[in-house]
Design a protein around this ligand. Structure first.
Ligand code: G1P
Length: 265
């Protein structure tokens, strides 16, 4: 994404919310991810010799960002299974889950608000966003009750990727969660659901219906900018927007974009 891998924006978001111990759940062929957040002495040396302080700073930034840990998922048995791989690392504390393909604009902070709500109510908190009903089948969708805070709802039910017309509301889960560790016990008992995978949404549905297990479940309704880098059009929008808004690249890029759009469209 311009000059940083998308995953670095996600780690930066966690760090900005005060979460600097990061466990990445990876899979086969994902070693470059680990290398990206590690020191790169050879490259640092070359840049130092060239006197390229700017690039050197950026290379070092990714390795100084957070305390990184890695665990491999092995068989890709679903998001719920990936979260379960983190259980030994997490222990007994509430923790956050950030899905790597969702980017939240740093100017619209979400995670901090979610940890605040988790501290106030206990249990778990999901990030929700209004989506067009034609898009509900791509998400976990929530049935909700209002609370006295305008951006917070109580989740009374969840459905993973509902069939068209069957979503309980137009509020969809986006890839940010702050969870009570009780979710691990529920996940261990959760049977494969949509797509034959162990779904985090199904475990949260159990907690929403049975708060005595480690609930309740609340939702923070996000009204800011979010990009799904797993969607090609959204990925392009995110890069163009990030480039336009950069102080260094923005002015030239915006001028080029304006002329491109007026000449080519
Ligand atoms: C996952 C979750 C889904 C959520 C979505 C957000 O689905 O299972 O509930 O709405 O992330 O991006 P995926 O996009 O991995 O299929």
């Amino acid at each position: 994404m311009v000059d940083k891998p998308a995953i670095q924006y996600v780690v930066e978001e966690a760090v900005a919310a005060g979460l600097s111990d990061v466990l990445m759940v990876t899979g086969r062929n994902k070693r470059p991810l680990e290398d990206h957040f590690d020191r790169n002495y050879e490259l640092e040396e070359v840049l130092r010799n060239k006197g390229d302080e700017d690039k050197l700073g950026r290379v070092q930034e990714s390795s100084d960002l957070a305390t990184m840990h890695y665990v491999r998922q092995g068989d890709p048995k679903g998001l719920g299974h990936a979260v379960l791989c983190a259980a030994p690392h997490v222990g007994e504390q509430p923790f956050a889950v950030l899905l790597g393909d969702d980017l939240i604009d740093p100017r619209d902070p979400l995670l901090m608000r979610m940890t605040e709500i988790q501290e106030r109510h206990g249990g778990s908190v999901v990030a929700l966003m209004e989506v067009d009903p034609s898009q509900s089948h791509l998400y976990g969708c929530a049935a909700v009750e209002t609370t006295d805070a305008d951006d917070v709802v109580r989740v009374t039910g969840l459905v993973e990727k509902p069939a068209p017309g069957e979503a309980p509301s137009n509020l969809a889960i986006i890839g940010r969660y702050v969870l009570d560790p009780a979710v691990f016990e529920v996940l261990r008992k959760t049977q494969p659901g949509r797509g034959g995978e162990i779904q985090l949404t199904d475990a949260l549905q159990t907690l929403a219906l049975e708060p005595s297990l480690g609930g309740p479940v609340h939702g923070v309704v996000f009204r800011g900018r979010r990009y799904d880098t797993g969607d090609r059009a959204d990925y392009l929008r995110a890069i163009v927007r990030l480039a336009c808004e950069r102080e260094d690249l923005g002015p030239d890029f915006r001028a080029w974009l304006r002329s491109y759009v007026s000449e080519e469209m």
